[in-house]
Ligand binder design. Structure first.
Ligand code: ATP
Length: 265
């Protein structure tokens, strides 16, 4: 059985279809990309998968996460799989972090709630989680409020929180878009390393093909709420079939060529 099965997922707002009949599966340890331009329905897909669609939007079709029906099931069933089974990292870490709570307490919360840790064991687990995302000054970071941290540090804290319960699936929704380029590369390496170390399946959402190529193997290209092409990312880059995938590949190539020219000058 797949860890995640999405079958005929459609998301509507009133009469408008925002995600249109998409299907894909993710097995344990897979790394799957959802690539597409802004507004193509990637984030709504991630939210529908975790049962977190905003009010006013409705989902139909089938989403099964570790066997739980994320559309027809009860809120209680959906809540039970969030954290231990699937966690999300968002583009802007401030979305996930509580601005009024110190980073250490935010990481402690899921460790307490889901893994039942308390006292010195909990404290050590928080510091361990911070070290795992390569934040060394753990005392200071744990005591800091989100606004006292850099963007890269905040995203590391958000990743530590998401991974605290050792989810089997991590959904990373444009996790590096808000960061500058060097920090972007560090966060991608970190996600890559942690997913390998824990055997975590990864759904990686991005508009950026070269970024996706660094961390995923298979991908679905989304446009206008639909999946227009699927396959191993290497094959898509070598021989894109859909005209939209071709424009993504061409623009990545143009960007690469421009970088090379600049480096030569
Ligand atoms: N709460 C909402 N109510 C109505 N329409 C929405 C809502 N949220 C998103 N949409 C619309 O649904 C479409 C898909 O949005 P979605 O956020 O999934 O796109 P995306 O591919 O993730 O883009 P981005 O990378 O910009 O986040 C867009 O046209 C968006 O305007």
């Amino acid at each position: 059985m797949s860890l995640l099965t999405v079958s005929g997922l459609t998301v509507r707002s009133g009469g408008t279809t925002l995600v249109d009949d998409i299907s894909f599966t993710v097995a344990q340890g897979d790394r799957v990309g959802l690539i597409g331009e802004s507004g193509s329905g990637k984030s709504l897909t991630a939210l529908a998968v975790t049962g977190l669609l905003p009010p006013g939007l409705t989902a139909t079709g089938e989403v099964r996460l570790d066997g739980v029906d994320m559309i027809g099931g009860t809120e209680r069933q959906r809540t039970a799989v969030r954290g231990p089974v699937a966690a999300i990292v968002f583009q802007e870490p401030l979305t996930a972090l509580n601005p009024l709570m110190r980073a250490g307490r935010q990481i402690a919360e899921p460790l307490r709630r889901v893994r039942g840790l308390r006292g010195p064991v909990l404290r050590e687990a928080v510091h361990g989680a911070l070290r795992e995302v390569l934040l060394d000054d753990t005392d200071r970071i744990a005591r800091s409020y989100p606004h006292q941290l850099s963007g890269g540090q905040r995203q590391r804290v958000a990743i530590a929180m998401a991974l605290a319960c050792r989810p089997r699936l991590l959904i990373a929704d444009e996790p590096t878009t808000a960061l500058d380029v060097t920090v972007q590369a560090e966060i991608l390496d970190l996600l890559d390393r942690l997913a390998t170390a824990h055997g975590t399946a990864l759904v990686f959402i991005t508009h950026d093909l070269p970024v996706a190529a660094r961390v995923i193997r298979d991908t679905h290209v989304m446009r206008g709420g639909r999946i227009v092409e699927s396959g191993p990312i290497s094959s898509l880059i070598a021989g894109p079939a859909h005209p939209y995938t071709r424009t993504l590949v061409d623009s990545a190539r143009r960007f690469d060529a421009a970088l090379e020219r600049t480096a030569r000058d």
